[in-house]
Design a protein around this ligand. Structure first.
Ligand code: LMR
Length: 332
């Protein structure tokens, strides 16, 4: 009798732990480096909200903003190791994943405006780039927009000669490295979380970024002059570890795909306005001076940066450049 009772108790415990396991949610750690109050930050939180709602709580998304979990380089490694499940790095940071082709998107004045960017990424080029990630065990889910880069230092940057000898922080792309060198500047790769201090202490003289990143990281408080040049575009690719993603129950993955599609529409619909509002707030702060290029100044920048296009072939390959040229009706 005693044996029976023990056996029943053991069986009950096993059952209870089994059902507890069945009920414990699948956790997706989503790490990123920007503030919550930016297009990407809001997009990540929207994905969390929708993923948890659509899966009825079977999935829990933990969002770690502002490099609180990992910095730029570390988060990519963490994704490959499976320590995080989801990231949305800027496509300028994809070379360490073995996908240098993404850097083609950093070419200066490649996209004439937001609509052109949006159309291109929804077309062949967006899919083609994601295919490059597959052999690396990474799955691309979506592209998230964050508008165009401005550039700043502690003196006005209006003519190419103004860049001469200045040190600029860049986020990772060799294309950006190249166009800053074309301008006579000295580019330096640095993690996003370190930029404010580097600007404040003079480790670098300047940087480039979008208005929402300037405002939320307070870069404008340590840069006297910002040129609203919009010379290059900043976009993110939301990526997951393929092994994790493909191992999800199909019905869950379907709900997550829907959550991602809806979060993507949301993020891309707010990006332009968020950046416009951020620029207005930077202006209103009175902490920096905004400069706008004349047509002649812009033409001079474009001319100075032109060698980057030729150089890019050796870095990103002809195939991606041909695709972009076709999509954007450009001569490269
Ligand atoms: C940067 O490092 O400048 C950006 O990629 C940060 C970001 O994710 O917007």
């Amino acid at each position: 009798m005693r044996k029976l009772i023990v056996a029943a108790a053991v069986a009950a415990a096993v059952l209870a732990s089994g059902s507890a396991m069945a009920q414990s949610p699948i956790v997706i750690k989503f790490s990123h480096v920007v503030a919550n109050d930016t297009p990407k930050g809001k997009g990540a939180l929207k994905f969390k909200e929708l993923a948890e709602k659509y899966t009825n709580g079977k999935v829990k998304v933990e969002v770690y903003p502002n490099s609180t979990l990992y910095k730029d380089k570390e988060e990519i490694e963490a994704l490959q190791l499976g320590s995080v499940q989801m990231l949305a790095p800027s496509t300028a940071k994809f070379a360490p994943l073995g996908a240098k082709e993404f850097e083609a998107l950093d070419l200066p004045w490649l996209f004439k405006d937001e609509a052109t960017y949006d159309k291109a990424m929804k077309g062949e080029i967006g899919k083609w780039l994601f295919k490059k990630l597959e052999p690396k065990g990474i799955t691309g889910l979506a592209y998230w927009d964050n508008g165009f880069h401005m550039v700043s230092s502690n003196k006005p940057l209006l003519n190419p000669s103004d860049f001469k000898g200045l040190k600029f922080r860049i986020s990772g792309s060799k294309i950006a490295d190249r166009y800053f060198r074309d301008l006579g500047a000295i580019p330096q790769i640095m993690a996003f979380s370190e930029v404010y201090q580097a600007l404040q202490t003079g480790v670098v003289d300047g940087c480039e970024n979008t208005p929402s990143n300037y405002l939320t990281q307070k870069f404008h408080e340590v840069q006297k002059d910002i040129t609203v040049s919009y010379h290059a575009h900043l976009q993110y690719a939301v990526i997951v570890n393929s092994k994790f993603w493909n191992g999800l129950p199909p019905d869950i993955r379907k709900q997550l795909d829907k959550a991602m599609a809806d979060a993507t529409d949301y993020t891309n619909s707010i990006a332009t306005k968020e950046n416009e509002e951020a620029l207005a707030a930077i202006k209103a702060s009175g902490k920096t001076t905004l400069h706008y290029l004349t047509d002649a100044q812009k033409a001079a920048w474009q001319k100075a940066m032109q060698p980057t296009y030729k150089w890019a072939q050796g870095r990103v390959g002809k195939e991606v450049l041909d695709l972009l040229a076709k999509e954007l009706h450009l001569q490269m």
